[in-house]
Write a protein that binds this ligand. Structure first.
Ligand SMILES: [Zn+2]
Length: 390
């Protein structure tokens, strides 16, 4: 019997999290990612993935792991109204049933976390990763913070959590939520807050109290792509994780850093996402006995989101990743076209259309030096000797 290699949480009820046709955030692109993953797995490896297809609405006690009681009351009231009200300063409206829809996404994260803790294999929740919601307020399309609730739940079970966030936006809800915790290592790569919402996440924000030195913020200027992301990721992530020795790793896998995204201005490619997925998977084998939870996140270009998330699921499940030029399944392409009213992509990845990157070796030196000063660690170049005789 072949053992399942990963768990994936998906139910079409996640599509209930819907701000309407004119709002940029849509679970439909994540749905197409889950469909693509299923269609390429099914014929070859029916047992490589255990699908969780029925997800409850998270109980209030579960939401309380992270969220304030009066905020839950506020969302519940707004959720019962026929008319829309704003849940934050402007980007996150209510809709009828929004409490239940957001709480179901939270339960998806909890189910994924429990799966990986129990089975010691990766668990993937592509609909989740709503990292902006704070304990007491909505923010940036995020009503409840599913990933923060899962982190809090892992901590309550006595675990040390390494949280890695590659969304183009700073994961402020998670970082500030555990800013003083010595049990959460938070590493966040994002577009510089001077150029993008939510405006936070600078290297000198390194944690407080027990959390001092455990929050790593890596801001990139608009236009930075794989060359910046991978250079810094390779230098700092394995080193920080090996020092911290987490019990479980959580990866927020937003895809809005992909080149061509509608809301952000970074230029990551599918190859960079794949390298990160493989690296984090390998680190989970080395450090946490296989306990790894991966969520989705932002991403505002459906053709990038669906394909990158499907590829991430394939990597987590131990499947082989199709060549960039390999054609996507015809039935999936038809569903994509029907869903979005546009032509579906033909193959797994397109030739990137990139603007010049502002990344330089000087910029890398400057950024890594800032991180070293803030975190009290050294991040030598691979192969470089530490310490100098002169
Ligand atoms: Zn984002």
């Amino acid at each position: 019997m072949t053992r399942a290699h990963a768990g994936v949480v998906w139910t079409d009820r996640f599509l209930d999290y819907d701000f309407g046709p004119f709002h940029p955030f849509s679970e439909r692109s994540r749905a197409l990612g889950a469909r693509l993953l299923r269609s390429v797995l099914a014929p070859e490896h029916p047992t490589r993935v255990t699908w969780t297809e029925s997800v409850k609405v998270a109980a209030r006690d579960t939401l309380r792991f992270f969220h304030a009681s009066d905020y839950l009351d506020f969302v519940e009231r707004a959720s019962g109204l026929a008319k829309e009200v704003l849940l934050d300063a402007g980007d996150t409206p209510s809709f009828p049933g929004c409490y239940e829809a957001a709480a179901r996404l939270v339960q998806g994260a909890v189910d994924a976390l429990d799966f990986t803790l129990e089975h010691r294999m990766p668990a993937f929740h592509p609909a989740g990763g709503l990292h902006h919601a704070h304990s007491g307020r909505a923010s940036g399309f995020c009503i409840f913070n599913d990933v923060a609730v899962a982190v809090a739940r892992a901590m309550r079970a006595g675990h040390r959590v390494a949280y890695i966030d590659i969304d183009a936006h700073h994961g402020d809800g998670v970082m500030y939520g555990f800013y003083e915790s010595g049990r959460v290592l938070d590493i966040d790569f994002h577009q510089d807050g001077r150029t993008l919402f939510p405006g936070t996440g600078f290297p000198n924000e390194a944690g407080q109290g027990d959390g001092a030195g455990l929050k790593a913020n890596i801001p990139f200027l608009p236009g930075v792509g794989d060359e910046g992301l991978l250079a810094v990721f390779r230098r700092i992530v394995p080193a920080l994780l090996r020092n911290f020795r987490p019990d479980v790793i959580v990866l927020q896998h937003g895809v809005d850093g992909h080149w061509g995204d509608e809301l952000a201005s970074l230029q990551y490619s599918p190859a960079a996402y794949a390298e990160i997925d493989r690296t984090v998977l390998t680190l989970s084998h080395e450090l946490t006995g296989g306990r790894l939870m991966v969520t989705g996140g932002g991403g505002y270009r459906a053709e990038s989101v669906s394909r990158v998330l499907a590829r991430a699921g394939l990597i987590l499940a131990g499947g082989s990743v199709p060549d960039s030029a390999a054609h996507l399944p015809a039935a999936w392409r038809e569903e994509y076209a029907a869903t979005f009213g546009t032509q579906a992509p033909i193959s797994w990845a397109d030739t990137p259309e990139l603007a010049p990157s502002p990344w330089t070796h000087d910029e890398e030196r400057r950024l890594v030096a800032q991180l070293e000063a803030a975190l009290g660690e050294r991040f030598p170049l691979a192969g470089a000797t530490t310490g100098s005789p002169t």
